[in-house]
Write a protein that binds this ligand. Sequence first.
Ligand SMILES: Nc1ncnc2c1ncn2[C@@H]1O[C@H](COP(=O)(O)OP(=O)(O)OP(=O)(O)O)[C@@H](O)[C@H]1O
Ligand SMILES: [Mg+2]
Length: 260
Amino acid sequence: MDALLEARSLSIHFGGLKAVENVDLDVREGEIMSLIGPNGAGKTTFFNLVSGFLKPTSGTVKFMGKDITGMEPHETARLGLVRTFQKTNIFADVTVADSIRIGFGQHRHAGLIGILGNSASVRRENADVHEKAEEIMKFCALYDWKDYLVKNIPYGKQRMLSVALALATSPKLLLLDEPATGLNPTETKELIDIIFNIRNKLKITVFLIEHNMNLVVSISDRLAVLCYGEKLTEGIPSEVAKDPRVIEAYLGRGFQPNVS
Ligand SMILES: Nc1ncnc2c1ncn2[C@@H]1O[C@H](COP(=O)(O)OP(=O)(O)OP(=O)(O)O)[C@@H](O)[C@H]1O
Ligand SMILES: [Mg+2]
């Protein structure tokens, strides 16, 4: 498998704090890759660097072989590198269905004249958007909530909606920042199935930050571990989870990986 995303010697320093330091990391096409590490290890900062929300102090990022170092977030998104955020920030006063249709609307192709004129091509596109939104809601276990206002659906479903909105942009690489946070066990199981389906059915590569080690170990092809901004190790989950350095990194912060 080829590397879809390649970070080389990637660093960002905030004053004296080396939040990400000299990290080499590849995400290969077609895999589910996870980034783990204790609180404050630099995981979200790493996502911010590769998706363009922060500019690195040094190092490079390539996506599909193209140098994207320092690109703006909307440019990386247009290339197909799309992320969700650790904190949910989605429209609250629209229905689930409308928010997904709006998400699609931002990526439609009819020109301004077509939109103003309500032409046949726009009507076709509207029907198309409607159909795709229905599909995505089914795919993300949101269909039963489609007519609810986003602010009135359970928190776990709001998290799922942020995944659905990212999918509406047809990404090649989907970056998920702690998607299981705040999910109950049923929703966590749904999320695991959805992530598998994103990779297996939609053929989208998934790069995930997650604290829930059972989830991470059960779905990831590979893991990388960050600690104090540096990459401690990477490899297949069963080996990484029993690596003494990884266990110590978690124990040192009073938190156990908790792999069953
Ligand atoms: N914009 C910023 N300015 C200054 N310091 C920052 C900034 N962003 C992050 N940091 C610091 O960088 C370090 C890494 O933060 P980051 O949010 O990447 O950690 P994380 O691994 O995602 O942690 P968590 O598991 O809690 O989400 C922390 O010490 C954080 O306070
Ligand atoms: Mg984080």
